[in-house]
Design a protein around this ligand. Sequence first.
Ligand code: GRG
Length: 296
Amino acid sequence: MNLDEYLTYRRELVDKALDDMLPRDDNDATVLNEAMRYSVFAGGKRIRPILAMSAAEVVGAKPESVLPLAVALECVHTYSLIHDDLPAMDNDDVRRGKPTSHKVFGEALAILAGDALLSFAFSVLSSPGAERVYRPDRLLKVVGELAAASGPAKLIAGQVADISCEGKAVDEATVEFIVQNKTAALIRASLTCGATLAGGTREQIEILGTFGELLGTVFQIRDDLLDLEGDAAKLGKAVRKDQDRGKATFPRLLGKEKAKELMRRRLEAALETLKPLGQTAEPLARIGEYVGSRMS
Ligand code: GRG
């Protein structure tokens, strides 16, 4: 398979669906709509929506069949980036190669655009008529899983730990906690929700969940290594900030080489996990390899 073509096709599907579904400037919330669209369309690899579509394909569905979920995932992810970049959190000026939301729209609107994207994600999934397209029990499970992954026990807990550990000496269990919650939970949910909505079996969903957890670590370690070694222009964000802030990361805890080794081991385990799914999981394996070697 040609991975570039595979990713481009699915990225274009997601971008079109986002453009169709996100509110437009046809009501009183013109500036809010503009701010929501600004961050969503500032760039972004669309990894989480693509993982959801690939998981749906593993269980025999078409990528298009889970587009509302793909849109919801990208909205939740973009909300988390907007809020993470705020002065009260990581205080970043550039994201996805563009000035961050608060730099363009001001802090209040950036907070509100993030809030709006989060709740919009759940309206997309539960919009009128959704229960005629998807089985209501699957829909309910997906809404619950996405809420849990982005909620106080996962994404937010990871972010709280990330912020409160800044500049402190941390142990491996703490870094693992941050990575699993801040990063891996949403990646895991992208896969399990994609497979659930498309009617996957319990066994398929379990395998994809385990793959997602492992892939989440690979994704985060690669991100941390790119912060140390990467190119700001390619990444579209500032680099070498984690060390200055004393962020709790695997490269800072273990050193670059051991962190790379851990990333390789998790990637191998992730690929091994996929084996029972057979040939249909090949795209996910290729995405895993890409995540472990990406430059942006
Ligand atoms: C503010 C609730 C809240 C959570 C913030 C997502 C996050 C948690 C922080 C962003 C910073 C960061 C390093 C998060 C870890 C996950 C990660 C590497 C996000 C970047 O995801 P990519 O590379 O970004 O998929 P694009 O722009 O390609 O979508």
